[in-house]
Design a protein around this ligand. Structure first.
Ligand SMILES: Cc1ncc(COP(=O)(O)O)c(C=O)c1O
Length: 404
């Protein structure tokens, strides 16, 4: 069981109040979570003690090398990967995905087909347009009105021209949890790469890339209590087979060959602390065991709160929830809705005036919001539950929405 009160003590930003003494309520986790003190210390200790570039002979540079190896090891444990050499580091998921797409554009051929989905964030759609420059066809899987992908359409679109499938594990706009296990199994006997966007999934559930059998996976630490830095998992051997944009002077092997320039070392130090922080919630004898145990607790806590939020909003006549209900735990704790009298932006303005942080719009999942016919009225209001949220907070948010 998550001890919310204890967890909250680690997050200094949760103590903020507004001019009316309203405590701040963060429900913007899908846009980025708050960070615990351990992460802040991880970043500042790096600057206080070890700030340097890598591969030097002096103490701070050696400490930086050690720390950078450590963050790859931790992300590898978190994703259940074959080892730290499968983890590349980048500025953000979008940039990493563009770099990967550019590299793959040198591998794929004219007439090849790559599958993307209408539900995905633009960061897992836009970069693949690079492939069109070399004659690759992008094929889009349909989104259904209920906020799930059309899996009949999905499987029908996979054929012997398909060289890659790129899908999200869950939707940052609607909270849909996609059938990526089923798609992964379907692809097993096919000669086709499989990429998963874990950005909205990684804060809520544990991951095992080897079990999933994916070739690539991307995630961003700022969504799981860390700083703004992102990671690309590549199956052993894969990245080495690609021609990436890289300098002749840099390391010419995975995982480094897709990393350009000097990385954000301080942020990486913060990511190591974020993963240690998550693991400290769980129990076990290894980092992996602790992470798995922590994620079990996190997902139960978040689901209960999000279900309570969903059930409370569902009772309101003026509210229409967009996407899946909470009758099954196959759901992320992200609840999106529209109000019959107020635009999503106005709802968020009102929430903001009560010191409640929530986003409105399409959240870069533009195609999904367009497909659902929600774009002209300003998209949806999105409330995302995170580890540190409480039932009291949810009740207060519901009260404000009820009294709009
Ligand atoms: C599901 C999903 N994919 C990709 C991204 C892009 O991540 P980044 O900001 O690290 O480029 C986001 C960001 O919100 C997201 O929610």
């Amino acid at each position: 069981m998550i001890n919310s009160e204890k967890i909250r003590e680690y997050f200094p930003s949760l103590g903020r109040v507004d001019a009316n003494n309203n405590p701040i309520i963060y429900l913007d986790g899908p846009g980025g979570t708050q960070v615990p003190i351990q992460v802040i210390e991880g970043i500042s200790q790096y600057y206080i003690r070890s700030n340097a570039n890598t591969h030097g002979e002096f103490v701070t540079s050696k400490e930086t090398d050690f720390m950078m190896d450590g963050v790859r090891e931790r992300v590898s444990e978190m994703l259940g990967s074959e080892g730290p050499k499968t983890i590349s580091i980048g500025q953000n998921m979008t940039t990493l995905n563009y770099s990967l797409a550019r590299a793959l554009s040198r591998k794929f051929n004219e007439g090849d087909e790559v599958i993307i989905t209408e539900l995905d964030h633009e960061a897992n759609r836009g970069p693949w347009k690079v492939l069109e420059e070399v004659g690759v066809k992008l094929i889009e899987v349909k989104l259904l009105d209920n906020g799930t992908l059309d899996y009949t359409d999905f499987k029908n679109k996979i054929n012997n021209k398909t060289v890659m499938v790129c899908m999200g594990m869950s939707s940052n706009a609607l909270g849909t949890l996609n059938d990526f296990v089923d798609i992964g199994n379907y692809l097993k006997d096919k000669n086709c790469l499989f990429l998963l966007d874990a950005v909205h999934y990684a804060p809520h559930f544990s991951i095992n890339v080897q079990e999933l059998g994916c070739d690539f996976m991307l995630c961003s630490a700022y969504k799981f209590y860390g700083p703004h830095v992102s990671f690309l998992y590549s199956k052993p051997g894969l990245l080495d087979s690609l021609t990436t944009d890289r300098l002749v002077v840099q390391d010419q092997e995975a995982p480094y060959i897709i990393e350009t320039g000097t990385l954000n070392h301080a942020a990486c130090s913060g990511v190591a602390s974020a993963i240690d922080f998550i693991s400290s919630i769980g129990e076990g004898s290894s980092l992996r065991e602790k992470l798995e145990s922590a994620y079990k607790q996190i997902s139960i806590h978040e689901f209960e709160l999000a279900k309570h939020l969903y059930d409370s909003l569902q009772k309101e006549d003026k509210i229409t929830i967009i996407g899946q209900d909470f009758s099954s735990t196959k759901r992320t704790p992200t609840v999106s809705f529209v109000h019959s009298d107020f635009s999503p932006q106005d709802v968020c303005k009102k929430l903001a005036s009560e010191n409640i942080c929530a986003w409105d719009g399409h959240f870069y999942a533009l195609k999904a919001i367009q497909k659902l016919g929600l774009e002209p009225a300003g998209g949806v209001t999105r409330l995302g539950v995170s580890l540190y949220n409480t039932k009291l907070e949810i009740d207060r948010v519901v009260e404000v929405i009820k009294n709009l």
